[in-house]
Design a protein around this ligand. Sequence first.
Ligand SMILES: NC(=O)c1ccc[n+]([C@@H]2O[C@H](COP(=O)([O-])OP(=O)(O)OC[C@H]3O[C@@H](n4cnc5c(N)ncnc54)[C@H](OP(=O)(O)O)[C@@H]3O)[C@@H](O)[C@H]2O)c1
Length: 182
Amino acid sequence: MCRVPMIERTVILYIAMSLDGYIARVDNTIDWLSVVEQQGEDYGYSDFVGSVDTVIMGRKTYEKVLTFGGEFPHKGRMCYVLSRTQSGTNEHVTFFNGAAADLVRKLKQKGGANIFVDGGADVVNSLMTVNLIDKFVLSVIPVFLGSGIPLFQSGRPEQLLKLTNSFTFPSGLVQLWYEKKA
Ligand SMILES: NC(=O)c1ccc[n+]([C@@H]2O[C@H](COP(=O)([O-])OP(=O)(O)OC[C@H]3O[C@@H](n4cnc5c(N)ncnc54)[C@H](OP(=O)(O)O)[C@@H]3O)[C@@H](O)[C@H]2O)c1
């Protein structure tokens, strides 16, 4: 019997950053995202999130999401929260205490739809260090925050990318789609 190889799931970072590269202010606020809020425009988010069945986020991002109130945004998806301080599973998420790379490798072996890396920067940089993010969808917000939590931390290996798409919006948001070069 011919064994058909499983198509590997793609790990995608979908995140918004200020033009100077921050994902949040130092105090974790993200109110500056509102400069691009426009009725009827979600910058492809619902299509994107509909294409994933698994979400990975850091504990601080998870806690931020909880402050939004309302229904948990990833209901119905497997949601893993990386943490060295919390464990267990609740109604919406499973805390993962191991290495971020081990989680991603395990999920890739398991098969399924694509995997959404939601952030924050700690998680992104852990995964980028081991080259485990396949695609990057970066929504650049037209604001210089001046300071904050930088998306990209220093000390990672150099990495070449291929630009696969780019979109500009009347709000001034520019969305860049990259994938890693093999
Ligand atoms: N602009 C955007 O689109 C966007 C998207 C997502 C998040 N954010 C913002 O980003 C901020 C949070 O980012 P952040 O970088 O400070 O924190 P984060 O990555 O969300 O969470 C950091 C925490 O996650 C755990 N963690 C991270 N990497 C780990 C690893 N490799 N292994 C095990 N545990 C790990 C640790 O939790 P423990 O301390 O429990 O060990 C760590 O303290 C929030 O303000 C959020 O609103 C913005």
